[in-house]
Design a protein around this ligand. Structure first.
Ligand code: BES
Ligand code: MN
Ligand code: MN
Length: 456
């Protein structure tokens, strides 16, 4: 890998400048107003992949945002690696909390600031540049396919359909993804799990219009009060979820696995300090790391209703709304949990209100065995560039397409991410370290080399 490493060193500045280019395109998949920019980002990725040396690079149209596909097939006998990533980003709001504009990336003290720097433009782009380095140095030994999508942040629905319809095209031995975190820059790790998701929206309707809260208050159900009571009742005093059947299929970790997890480096003090909290909070009987990875959760993501403007307006609102997500663990079914939630939430509604439940996207959890060739290839690659073996960790986030890849294509994914949990993905001032960006580019060629070797 000597030559690719030299190529990377010689082209470092250009790689960064190219990344800054795509970071300037506001490819927000959730907001239809940005559909043109999402397409612009896809075109940019296509261009860059072509220049890097990929063949048959094209936009695959979907009913939503396009998928960028490209490949380099060098030897039918060699293993094939499918690289997946996403060029879409989360909305940038609240804008006033950013120290610099989200789509005008800046590099400050070795850190790139901007929406998508870590999630996932800065990370998928490492693969394009590592590929370029391997190809231009004549060191690429595996076949490579790229599939970079534009709807990950809104649930990957159209990618799911594309995968089902293109099983032949996407045939590969492994899927390689950088869209997760390491523990710290001096503690490399690899996520061997992702949580699933059920995302719901609920509406509580009371009186047919907003009322005077003095004239009617006390006699008519207040939908905001009711919604708060209903949501509060979804968790008990042990912070366990009260939806009947919710835990039925939960896969419990063995005592040995829990003991291993307890060895994962974790500093509670700095965790609390960084988040500005005086104490952690969660399901009784589980550690913070467990609560945030191997246990299912229920969280309100947003709640609104009534008067929220300046000053005080006395009003008894007609409507209340909330968006509620449940993170799921292996063996729970997103469809089943969605159904259990819906039935339960409707059943606890008092007579004075009308409740509606609407499911948004969902997805299944995922686990990667550490005794697989692909995990070994990634672990040894990180060992080479970080100077120590990575720790296997269970991640708390979700990438629903990963379980679908396994189900539809029968292919496992390696989650070799390089971000940090403190990179503020989805938040104001999202950032990504230059250390992490370059470390990723340097590590990826070793993955390919190891994966090729371990398959011989
Ligand atoms: N890259 C994240 C997922 C992630 C982040 C996994 C950090 C592990 C560690 C991904 O882009 C994401 O944000 N996924 C969404 C789910 C999606 C359906 C909107 C999530 O986890 O909320
Ligand atoms: Mn992501
Ligand atoms: Mn994301």
């Amino acid at each position: 890998m000597q030559l690719s490493q030299q190529y990377i060193q010689a082209n470092k500045d250009r790689f960064l400048n190219e990344l800054l280019e795509i970071l300037r395109i506001p490819s927000i998949s959730a907001d239809p107003a940005y559909a043109g920019d999402v397409r612009k980002a896809a075109e940019w990725v296509k261009q860059n992949l072509e220049t890097a040396g990929a063949d048959h690079v094209r936009l695959e149209e979907t009913a939503g945002h396009p998928i960028v596909y490209g490949e380099k097939l060098i030897d039918p006998a060699a293993p094939t690696v499918l690289v997946y990533g996403h060029y879409d980003v989360q909305p940038a709001d609240p804008l006033h909390l950013w120290d610099s504009p989200p789509f005008e990336p800046v590099v400050k003290d070795g850190v790139i600031y901007g929406r998508g720097t870590c999630d996932d433009k800065g990370q998928f782009f490492m693969h394009v540049k590592a590929f370029e380095a391997m190809l231009k140095s004549g060191e690429l030994k595996c076949n490579v396919k790229f599939m970079i999508e534009g709807e990950e942040e809104i649930g990957s629905d159209h990618l799911g359909l594309f995968v089902q319809a293109n099983k032949e095209l996407l045939q590969a031995d492994v899927i390689l993804i950088s869209d997760t975190s390491i523990i710290a820059n001096d503690i490399p790790s690899i996520d061997v799990g992702l949580r699933g998701l059920s995302y719901m929206e609920v509406k509580v309707q009371g009186p047919n219009k907003d009322l005077h809260s003095g004239v009617y208050g006390g006699a008519v159900a207040n939908p905001v009060n009711i919604l708060c009571q209903m949501i509060a009742s979804l968790q008990d005093e042990f912070n366990r979820i009260t939806i009947p059947g919710f835990y039925d299929d939960v896969q419990e970790l063995s005592a040995a696995d829990r003991a291993a997890m307890a060895q994962t480096p974790f500093d509670l003090d700095s965790y609390q300090k960084e988040l500005g909290i005086a104490a952690v909070h969660g399901e009784a009987g589980y550690s913070t790391l467990e609560r945030a990875s191997i246990r299912p959760t229920l969280d309100v993501n947003g709640i609104w209703g009534g008067y929220t403007g300046e000053g005080a307006k006395t009003v008894l609102p007609s409507l209340a709304h909330a968006k509620i997500s449940m993170r799921l663990v292996p063996n729970q079914s997103s469809a089943k949990i969605t159904e259990l939630f819906t039935q339960h939430f409707l059943s606890i509604a008092p007579k004075g209100v009308k409740v509606t439940v609407t499911p948004h996207h969902g997805g299944e959890a995922y686990v990667m065995p550490t005794d697989s060739v692909a995990y070994q290839a990634a672990a040894e690659a990180m060992e080479t560039t970080f100077g120590k073996m990575p720790v296997p960790t269970r991640g708390g986030g979700s990438i629903p397409i990963v379980a679908l890849f396994e189900k539809e294509l029968g292919i496992k994914s390696v989650l070799m991410g390089f971000g940090l949990d403190s990179d503020d993905i989805h938040s104001p001032n999202e950032h990504y370290g230059l250390f992490n960006f370059y470390k990723g580019i340097e590590t990826i060629p070793y993955f390919f080399e190891n994966y090729y070797r371990l398959n011989q």
